[in-house]
Design a protein around this ligand. Sequence first.
Ligand code: MG
Length: 303
Amino acid sequence: MIFEVGPRDGLQNEKTVLTLADKIWLCESLTAAGVKEMEAGAFVRADKVPTMADSEDVAVTLENKRLAADFYYLVPNLKGLDRALSKGVRNIALFTAVSDTFNAKNIGMSVDESFKVIEEIVKGAQKHKLKIRGYVSTVWGCPFEGRIPAAKAVPVLERMLNLPIAQLSIGDTIGVAAPKGVKEVLKLLPQSEFKSRVAVHFHDTRGTALANAEVAYDMGVRTIDSSLGGLGGCPFAPGAAGNLATEDLVYFLKENGVDTGIDYTKLCETSLKLSQKMSNRALSSKALQAYAANCSKNPVWDK
Ligand code: MG
């Protein structure tokens, strides 16, 4: 239901690099709060993404703990896949974008070239029975190419969906989408895949993430990506707010009568503790801010 991206997408571009022990604490704490699926690391180049440099250690530690959650690791190429396999990883995430310019700047490849790499990784991962998640970013807009029409995005999404992957996550990387655009894209995709194989990944740059998530939910999508506290953002979209905050999403769903299986209090306490560990970093989640301010006074809403 809720796919937590905080430990990877959320922390990746943060100035504070969490220690290995704190990263493990975070993943354990989220699991204890009821999160069943989350990103935990990335097998990318340590010199490019220093916050993820200890992903091998994260993977080994988490796999040994046998926690009641699936942990995913970003794999950009076959070398990344080898690193993941050598550490006993069972779930990986692959990524590309709709926009050639974004891909060129992010991974040095065109969309078409990226799919050739992805197809190779999928083949290799299948041999080892890994669970694969495929991300497609810049579905509604690109920081370089601007607005992306649905007619351009959908073939890229279908190409990913046609691979033997467990789930496609559709990303609004810079947070420009609004419900009308979300509907336009989702309407053109096979609805029969929504329940199990399609996820949405919204950023709250312009305050539309929750409205977009509601539209996707109403259309049958049952997996929504979010990040605790609203951490994360796109390095190519300066000033962009982070991912849809998990606390905002959990609050919204629970008040709408949808059980996410996540303990709201445990989730908020985890975020507050994480903020402390990051030199009291302010977290953008509105629900979390209300929780921090009111939970002892107004337990009806904020507990
Ligand atoms: Mg994101």
